[in-house]
Design a protein around this ligand. Structure first.
Ligand code: GLV
Ligand code: MN
Length: 217
């Protein structure tokens, strides 16, 4: 009888969902080619010795200054990620400062490893993103207003006010990564073949070359 009860219990336990299931952690960088000769490491950066950590490791003033927006897009994105602020390592968060000249655009881009939220500090911006089903959501935002962009979706901010604009953005990744659509497609190294671009956009070579020339290619 005891044997039957034990067997029954064993079968029930087998059928129960496991209380914990582990999967690989999300990547913290674009890629990590294995060096099979070295000892295993973490997915991210090794830790500084605790005895060498100081208060300074947990504070960062890199986002305090206005960025230079004299460029093609009229934007400066200052990324306060783990590469600039090592104290963020393994904490899964980071922030950017985005300055936009009048008429400036933070061009369509996506963050493969993060959702983004943001708040307008100065100016007026058209903020929008497109879903995987090609639905476009957007709104013109003023000072103090927030937005959110779900992870991986293509989004932009366009300064539609009369003066400069400033936003701060926040991420649930220490290194969100940014795939900037125009640069990814038209300014990669080596170049994406013209044949791919003419067919993808259904235009002639001269259009593709015209766009590439804007990025100095
Ligand atoms: C804004 O979209 C940013 O990535 O900081
Ligand atoms: Mn973004």
């Amino acid at each position: 009888m005891a044997t039957m009860a034990t067997l029954y219990l064993f079968i029930v336990l087998l059928l129960l969902p496991l209380p914990y299931s582990y999967a690989d952690p999300d990547p913290l960088q674009d890629f990590c080619v294995a060096d099979l000769k070295s000892a295993p490491s973490v997915n991210g950066f090794p830790c500084k010795l605790a005895s060498e950590v100081t208060s300074g490791d947990f504070f960062y003033d890199g986002l305090s200054k206005e960025g230079n927006t004299t460029n093609l897009f009229g934007v400066n994105v200052n990324a306060g990620n783990v590469l600039a602020f090592p104290g963020l390592n393994t904490l899964g968060i980071s922030m950017n400062r985005v300055d936009l000249a009048p008429g400036g655009i933070n061009p369509p881009h996506s963050h493969p490893r993060s959702t983004e939220s943001g708040i307008v500090i100065e100016g007026k911006l058209l903020v929008g993103f497109v879903t995987t089903g090609n639905v476009f959501y957007s709104k013109v935002l003023g000072v103090g207003e927030m937005f959110v962009v779900p992870r991986g979706l293509v989004h932009f901010q366009l300064n539609v006010g009369d003066g400069k604009a400033l936003i701060f953005t926040a991420f649930n990744s220490q290194l969100p990564g940014a795939v900037i659509a125009p640069l990814t497609l038209f300014a990669s190294t080596p170049s994406v073949p013209d044949d791919v671009l003419t067919r993808a956009f259904q235009v002639e070579d001269d259009v593709i070359n015209g766009i590439k020339s804007k990025f100095g290619l």
